[in-house]
Design a protein around this ligand. Structure first.
Ligand code: PHE
Length: 358
């Protein structure tokens, strides 16, 4: 019997040594193949007497079963190992960050416009929108700037089809035309409600709710450097009533800027200037409070008391109505707020710049 136990042990050892299914099949042949050890043992039975044949035959069968069991166990172990190797090779790292779609966000200038609307909204100002292609009348003439006025040369712009030969339509050079457009609508609406029919050409001198409006939007000029762009933004402001003075302009605009920049100590400068549609007029400068340009002044608005001729073009009697207007540059407010030193960055569309404001 001893020789039989040895067969099982050697078979087990041989199978353990096999490292691949192919090697295992080779080892199998050594024991279970045509001329393998167990086949040889079976052949040896023929020479034995009947009695011995029976018991030895049963013993050899047992050995065969043991060897087959060892073979199957090793087959499974090797298959298992192969699977593990394959799984590892094809492993997905589920902790790897995915390729994300960038999160969208508002443009820094849009953020500024929203902020301007919120602050002036809290002071009782309406928000009005107007066309970017404007007529000569609203952009210039109604604003006390007749055809031959030298101030027009500072507002060179892009002229487009439409309008008349002497006064073609143009891309508006400022949001000031909205002063006229909005005031005319305001006055018309009020007169219709109190007078029924509105007499054309007669200035209104009755009582009326105040005009308080801002008009943000895109504007155009032939200009391009670090603080100018051919397309830029403006936000017009207009307050007309019976008792609105330059003092109110200073108060409203200073209060707006200090709220906008969250800085109660912000320094503003009202510098005497000239605009055909205001008298007196002032340009408003703000000092960069921090950043690389700290201490430097940046002009952020033109302003002044609305000229009587403009009040007339609004359909109002300048003996009763008076007010102030300003036109500020939201692009520049954005530069000041974030310490950006080149306005053109806002319009280059570089995502590395823009994504910083999300
Ligand atoms: N429209 C003027 C400009 O663009 C600014 C301004 C607006 C000045 C309102 C006075 C009053 O330069």
């Amino acid at each position: 019997m001893n020789d039989l136990t040895t067969v099982v042990d050697t078979a087990r050892a041989a199978f353990e040594q096999a490292q691949t299914p192919a090697e295992l099949e080779n080892s199998k042949a050594l024991f279970l193949g045509k001329s393998g050890r167990i086949t040889e043992l079976m052949k040896g039975l023929a020479a034995l007497p009947v009695e011995e044949k029976k018991s030895r035959g049963a013993a050899i069968n047992l050995v065969k079963q043991c060897v087959e069991a060892a073979l199957n166990a090793r087959r499974q172990a090797l298959a298992e190992r192969e699977l593990q190797v394959q799984l590892q090779a094809e492993a997905l790292d589920v902790t790897l960050p995915g390729r994300q779609r960038g999160m969208g966000g508002l443009h820094p200038v849009s953020l500024t416009l929203e902020r301007i609307e919120a602050i002036f909204g809290s002071m009782g100002f309406e928000v009005a929108q107007g066309p970017e292609i404007e007529s000569d009348w609203f952009n210039f003439t109604a604003l006390n700037t007749p055809e031959d006025h030298p101030a027009r040369s500072m507002h060179d712009t892009f002229y487009v089809e439409g309008g008349s030969e002497h006064a073609p339509n143009l891309l508006r050079t400022h949001t000031s035309p909205m002063q006229i457009r909005h005031a005319v609508q305001h006055v018309k609406k009020h007169r219709a409600s109190v007078e029924g029919t509105v007499a054309e050409g007669v200035l209104f001198s009755g009582a009326m709710p105040e005009i308080r409006v801002i008009a943000p939007g895109r504007t155009y000029r032939v200009d391009s450097d670090a603080t100018h762009s051919p397309m830029f933004h403006q936000c017009e402001g207009l307050w007309v009533g019976e008792n609105v003075s330059f003092k109110d302009l200073k108060y409203v605009f200073t209060d707006f800027c200090r709220t906008f920049f969250e800085n109660p100590d912000l320094v503003l400068r009202f510098r005497p200037s000239f605009f055909p549609f205001t008298e007196p007029s002032a340009e408003i400068d703000i000092q960069f409070p921090s950043g690389p340009l700290a201490g430097r002044w940046l002009e952020v608005a033109g302003s002044g008391q609305v000229h009587p001729n403009v009040i007339r073009n609004m359909g109002l009697d300048p003996e009763r109505y008076i007010g102030f207007a300003f036109g500020m540059g939201p692009d520049r407010l954005t530069m000041l707020r974030y310490g950006v030193n080149d306005l053109r960055l806002f319009f280059d569309g570089d995502i590395r710049f823009l994504s910083q404001f999300r």
